[in-house]
Design a protein around this ligand. Sequence first.
Ligand SMILES: [Zn+2]
Ligand SMILES: [Zn+2]
Ligand SMILES: [Zn+2]
Length: 320
Amino acid sequence: MANADANQATFPGAIRLFRFRGIDVFLHWSWAIIALIALRTRSEIYESPFWGGAEYLTLFAIVLLHEFGHALACRSVGGQANRILLWPLGGVAYVTPPRRPGAVLWSIAAGPLVNVALVPFTFGAAAVCHFYWADAPNDVLQYLEMVALINIVLLVFNMMPIYPLDGGQILQSILWYFIGFARSLGVAASIGLVGAVGIIVLAITWGNPWLIVLAIFGVSNSWRGLQHARALTKLLRQPRHSYLACPACHEPPPVGMPWGCRCGARFDPFATGGICPACGLLYAQIPCPFCNEVRPLDQWQTGDTIIARPIISRASPLDP
Ligand SMILES: [Zn+2]
Ligand SMILES: [Zn+2]
Ligand SMILES: [Zn+2]
């Protein structure tokens, strides 16, 4: 899984395990509980508890490789990716790819592609053990088959087109090419909502509490995605400052709304030179209502006319 919310500073209840290529890997304490449950249930499958532990650590390693796939791919296209969190619903790579459909698509697809790349190795190892190692201990064969299965299950699960699973985000970035960001998010989030509700029904039928939690997470994320898509669509229909554009996403800013000052007044910073008409506070940096990037006011100019504007105070963030 990959998450675009890269601004979250800390993870409560998580410890930092290590850093690789400048990417910090955090582990949530609840993995310890999952480890205990896993070891208890796996001990029925294996003769020696060692292989239960090995299987658990391998699951952990496969999830980590998947997340590093996201993080390194995101960096390869010039995005930011500094953290990976391993939590009970799997792993999350905190990635901020550049706001282009191709860059987002590559950053999301690289995770499942790691699992695809692992398929020949995991199945190969199990097949070699099965066919060429006649007196292999049962536990070894069992372990290799389980690892191959785990990798496939993770791949299929992540590729379900349910936003915000990788499959849902891949669908969204492909649609982005054809129908724009706001509508692609709306379509992907709607499919995600229907899919997640379907999974809740399945999870209740199967009595699988882990799947229920995951599906609720999917419903809430899809719902948020849908609200975001609605707000963006509304914003896109508003009149815009045609001679200005966001330096990050190149969308011209809407006229008037949606900026608000700390004092409670709503105003158009592009009409007032960044000064709140109610309290006189100057905003030198303006957040984009489309992509949330915060950029200096004078970078929003597109034409040759550069308006000299004295910067009196450091910017305070506006509430979009
Ligand atoms: Zn992923
Ligand atoms: Zn923007
Ligand atoms: Zn004000």
